[in-house]
Design a protein around this ligand. Structure first.
Ligand SMILES: Cc1cc2nc3c(=O)[nH]c(=O)nc-3n(C[C@H](O)[C@H](O)[C@H](O)COP(=O)(O)O)c2cc1C
Length: 323
């Protein structure tokens, strides 16, 4: 870009700054901060769900390390006790967390691994609150059983999972491109089609992504490729900014289904990053400045046998309401 263009673009941005303020960017930020600071029943349940998910994810990791996550388990035991003393143990979020703790204990007992006394006691004390004492642990799968064929949409949808176990085999790039073609059928606001996908396959670029993404410990290095889904902001006005991310989200879900259909194991990953890191990504991955990362997806061929985290869903009554 030449200097005149840069100056003109900068002037345009400065001129539009009051409009940006008007479009409640700061108000949205304030709302998000506030909802994290004020504790409510819902926010406490949200913490339980996320923290127990990290534990259940750990339970399903390839090359699981015994004794992992002890501090996290202690925190989870504390949060559950606090929640039960304030409310009760009936919500699915509490039951899912209790179930994950039961599995954590069972896995270590089976392997005769001695966990610290306080952890064992803490978990055992909580077990009386489990409403369903049946084993409802991580799901064992094989590559054959995981990918279903000729089933209706409901069965297909329920068969997709975030899969974090990949074999050493390369995924044929044509299969990936074909999945992207299917994902293109996603609807988009005014048919903008502003979602872009980078297929990251060089060792150096993959290692870079894994070094800046915070959720791939224990499995990211096994992925054959990493996809970066982004939205091209040159398609959007400030007032449309939510649609930019919504469109990319709809596209991503379609892509996850398409990958599943193509028998490619996939796990979506957050791209929650500050502007400094986004700038660095533009440079390191050589992507245009107008493209804002929305999420990453690790992909690979599925291992022969693997465990899948349950990722229990909340009660449907919490999801919908009739007005
Ligand atoms: C936007 C988004 C970000 C995610 N980030 C991560 C991540 O950083 N690491 C990870 O292992 N899983 C990540 N996941 C996968 C979720 O943990 C998973 O989708 C959730 O537990 C539901 O499980 P399921 O996909 O197997 O149905 C992410 C999923 C989404 C949609």
């Amino acid at each position: 870009m030449n200097t005149v263009k840069i100056i003109l673009n900068s002037l345009r941005i400065i001129k539009n700054f009051p409009k940006m303020l008007k479009h409640d960017i700061f108000w949205t930020y304030f709302q998000l901060r506030r909802s994290r600071l004020i504790k409510t029943k819902e926010s406490e349940l949200a913490v339980l769900l996320v923290d127990s998910h990290v534990l259940e994810k750990g339970l399903t990791m390839p090359n699981r390390r015994l004794g992992f996550g002890q501090q996290r388990v202690r925190n989870l035991v504390k949060y559950i006790n606090e929640y039960i003393s304030n409310y009760d143990a009936s919500p699915i979020q509490v039951q899912a967390a209790l179930n994950d703790l039961a599995e954590y204990l069972a896995v270590h007992k089976k392997a005769s691994f001695a966990l610290p006394e306080d952890i064992v006691k803490g978990i055992e004390n909580l077990m009386r609150y489990r409403l369903d004492e049946q084993e409802n642990f991580s799901i064992p799968c094989t590559a054959e059983s995981y990918f279903v064929e000729d089933v209706d949409f409901e069965k297909f949808s329920f068969s997709r999972r975030s899969l974090r176990h990949y074999s050493n085999d390369k995924v044929d790039i044509d299969r990936v491109i074909d999945a992207i073609r299917i994902a293109q059928n996603a609807p988009s606001a005014c048919n903008r089609q502003a979602t872009r996908v980078k297929i990251i396959q060089s060792k150096e670029a993959k290692e870079y992504v894994l070094s800046i993404q915070n959720g791939t410990r224990g499995f990211g290095h096994l992925a054959d490729k990493i996809l970066l889904v982004s939205t091209d902001m040159s398609n959007w006005a400030p007032v449309d900014r939510n649609s930019a991310f919504l469109d990319a989200g709809i596209f991503t879900m379609n892509l996850l289904y398409a990958l599943h259909y193509k028998h490619i194991a996939a796990c979506p990953l957050n791209a929650d990053m500050g502007s400094k890191l986004v700038k660095e990504i533009h440079k390191r991955l050589n992507i245009p400045m107008s493209e804002i990362p929305v999420c990453f997806i690790t992909i690979g061929n599925a291992s022969k046998e693997f465990l899948v985290a349950k990722s229990q869903r909340i009660d449907i009554e919490n999801v919908y309401s009739i007005v």
